[in-house]
Design a protein around this ligand. Structure first.
Ligand code: SPV
Ligand code: MG
Length: 332
């Protein structure tokens, strides 16, 4: 039986209240988004994301890359999502090198908004060009119900931070102009996270601090400091010197063994689990495909895949049944 409208969704503390009863949601931009009853949405995505990022508690954003992964993360209890460029690219069959267009990203994020109702911080890469492309991207994301965008101080096209050693940094003033243009275009509410790749590019702590200062002055709401070391030492050195002049966001993909207690004591604001839904999907699909081809049957795998009822619940099929009762003619 489909009963998602009464399903209890675990919450991440009391940080975000879901307005379960809302059907036709209206994001801050004033553009209507369709979010079926039973999924519900936060009253104000930008405010909800701001609370997550500025609250004294450590917050978590879960990666999602399409409507389904967004709905699953929401059901698991995450209060906010990271629309990962790497994962969205992978799910579209692209490399994380700006092969997916900015309109591809906007479309995917729009599906994630509707399917989850959660505040979403969107990985805007380097903004797909100069200040003009960055502000256009941000404005469109705001219109589609996203809560914020994260821009990294690289050029176009960018390359994923874990691939190769060529990660040329943007000029500080030029990148600051990109940030200012986004703020001037989207207004105060839309969250702007400035990400510095100074450590990834091998420039070290002083360059990272210099850039974080400049990006704070340009109007960023938070700083994402990225590292690809297997230990969090350079991240913790940064937070020690930075002293939370703006909230700090981290992506512990490579230093994944570090317990989150270390981030709490360092006063870090937000942890992004950046690609784990996509990687879980890759591993799950790989295993199931291998078994089906080897066994020439799906009989043995039934208990290892989600039931169709679970899929129907995730996507609110019961709401459609109720809507049919209400709107379809009753004759015949
Ligand atoms: C992403 O998830 O696309 C990110 C994080 O930007 S990383 O892949 O670590 O660069
Ligand atoms: Mg990315």
């Amino acid at each position: 039986m489909l009963d998602s409208s009464t399903e209890q969704v675990p919450s991440q503390g009391t940080k975000v209240a879901h307005a379960e009863e809302e059907r036709h949601a209206r994001p801050a931009s004033g553009i209507a988004a369709f979010i079926p009853k039973g999924i519900g949405r936060v009253d104000d995505p930008t405010d909800a994301l701001r609370q997550l990022i500025t609250s004294p508690d450590l917050s978590f954003l879960m990666e999602a890359h399409d409507g389904l992964s967004a709905a699953i993360a929401r059901k698991a209890g995450f209060a906010g999502l990271w629309a990962s460029g790497l994962s969205i690219s992978a799910s579209l069959g692209y490399r994380d090198a700006n092969e997916a267009s900015w309109t591809d990203v906007v479309e995917v994020v729009s599906r994630m908004v509707d399917a989850s109702g959660l505040p979403i911080l969107v990985d805007g890469d380097s903004g797909f060009g100069n200040f003009n492309n960055a502000r256009l991207l941000a404005a469109k994301l705001l219109q589609r119900g996203a809560a914020g965008v994260c821009l990294e101080d690289k050029g176009f096209p960018k390359m994923n931070s874990f691939v190769g050693d060529r990660h040329p940094l943007a000029d500080i003033d030029e990148f600051s102009g990109r940030l200012k243009a986004v703020k001037d275009t989207t207004g105060h509410d839309f969250i702007l996270v400035a990400r510095t790749e100074a450590l990834i590019a091998g420039y070290g702590l002083e360059e990272a601090l210099l850039r974080a200062e400049a990006y704070a002055a340009a109007g960023a709401d938070a700083i994402l400091i990225h590292s690809r070391k297997s230990l969090p030492d350079e991240i913790l050195a940064f937070t020690d010197r930075w002293q939370n002049k703006l909230p700090v966001v981290i992506v512990p993909t490579k230093y994944y063994k570090t317990p989150v207690a270390a981030y709490r004591s360092a006063g870090i604001s937000t942890v992004i689990w950046a690609n784990h839904a996509m990687r879980a999907a890759v591993a799950g699909m790989r295993q199931i495909c291998a078994r089906i081809i080897a066994e020439e049957s799906v009989a043995g795998i039934e208990s290892d895949v989600a039931t169709l009822d679970e899929v129907f619940r995730l996507l609110g099929y019961d709401e459609l049944a109720a809507a049919e009762e209400r709107y379809l003619p009753k004759h015949g």
